[in-house]
Design a protein around this ligand. Structure first.
Ligand SMILES: [Zn+2]
Length: 357
């Protein structure tokens, strides 16, 4: 890999114009605190390490139509124009439609930079997020499923037939799962808080895909208070061997920072360092399996204190720009460790119909 190829960081100021209203956790402040920390870290002063790119509005409708019907695009446009809501959690505003289109442009730009060899890897720091949106529903703060649209762009436009999506948001990516549940050109692996304790209430270990997609959905529903060690153990023992057998042509990550212990709406206990390690594992897999091709998109994450630490840790890992982030771990709960150990064994037992461990 030539040394002068930098990490691409994708961002657009219009992402701030999706207004969710007073007190909503998915606010513009999320991106503002992250961008402020990124600028203050000095990493953007080194264009050969991290390059900040702004997507240009073209006709993203064509890419969106590979996942969502025209009626869904029209719906998002309409609720944006009149400032109504897709569901009680998912309000739109006049700036929402353009932000959502630019989020799609952003992730496609990230994907294209990586597959054209113009970036070492890419991080699309977009909002609104996407992984709860299925083909016909905007929900859970999401309007268009950004990562699914990128996967279909890669599949239908660029000929990729084995795309791995690793979802490390605290919530199950029910939209992404729905879209690819009966397909095998996308392998979806999600680590999330158990649906009995958190929205959207899906993503149990026996949800494994159907039809030709059977065995291409992997769910690891972690109990509240799962911490750094247990989380990484689950990723290493489940995601790594399955990825090695699937041999993806590109690795995509739905990166939500809401599994951080400070997150106000979720209950896992990760730290910024856990996210750094997850990205390190993803980079290792991408290097071993698909020439390093790795594209990451922001999903959730609502602690304004945790977000800057998490994004700096991830971008530092992706780019090699050294930043030390101090983020002490809460003390672990032994009962949770035992529960996660049993869960790992159970997921392996279920998935052993399709994969070797
Ligand atoms: Zn989330």
């Amino acid at each position: 890999m030539p040394q002068d190829i930098a990490t691409s960081l994708i961002y657009h100021p219009k992402y701030l114009e999706h207004d969710t209203g007073r007190g909503h956790p998915e606010s513009r402040y999320r991106l503002e605190v992250m961008m402020k920390a990124i600028k203050e870290s000095g990493m953007l002063d080194h264009e050969n390490i991290i390059r900040l790119l702004q997507p240009v509005m073209g006709s993203p409708e064509n890419a969106i139509l590979r996942v969502h019907p025209k009626s869904h695009i029209e719906f998002v446009k309409r609720i944006s124009a009149n400032g109504s809501s897709a569901d009680p959690d998912t309000p739109a505003s006049p700036g929402t439609y353009e932000a959502a289109l630019l989020a799609v442009e952003g992730i496609i730009l990230a994907g294209d930079k990586v597959i054209n060899g113009e970036a070492k890897n890419a991080y699309a720091m977009v909002r609104p997020p996407g992984h709860h949106a299925n083909a016909t529903s905007a929900r859970g703060f999401c309007f268009f499923n950004n990562i699914a649209i990128l996967a279909e762009h890669l599949h239908q436009e660029k000929g990729f037939n084995r795309i791995l999506i690793l979802d490390c948001d605290c919530h199950h990516g029910n939209g992404t799962q729905d879209i690819f549940y009966d397909k095998q050109h996308v392998l979806y692996i999600s680590f999330h808080q158990d649906g009995r304790t958190l929205y959207p209430g899906t993503g149990f270990q026996d949800e494994v895909g159907e039809g030709e997609g059977e065995g291409y959905t992997v769910n690891v529903p972690l109990p509240p208070l799962t911490n750094h060690e247990s989380y990484l153990k689950a990723v290493r023992e489940i995601a790594v061997p399955i990825a090695e057998q699937y041999k993806p042509q590109i690795l995509l990550v739905s990166n939500g920072f809401d599994a951080h212990h400070l997150d106000p709406i979720s209950s896992l206990q990760l730290t910024a360092d856990t996210y750094r390690e997850v990205i390190k594992i993803a980079m290792q897999l991408a290097n071993d399996l698909c020439g390093g091709k790795l594209v990451i998109t922001l999903e959730g994450g609502y602690s304004l204190e945790a977000l800057p630490k998490c994004i700096l840790s991830v971008l530092s890992q992706l780019s090699g720009f050294k930043i030390e982030v101090k983020d002490p771990q809460p003390s672990p709960d032994e009962r949770v460790k035992d529960y996660v150990d049993r869960l790992i064994r159970e997921v392996k037992r279920i998935q052993s119909d399709y994969w070797q461990f």
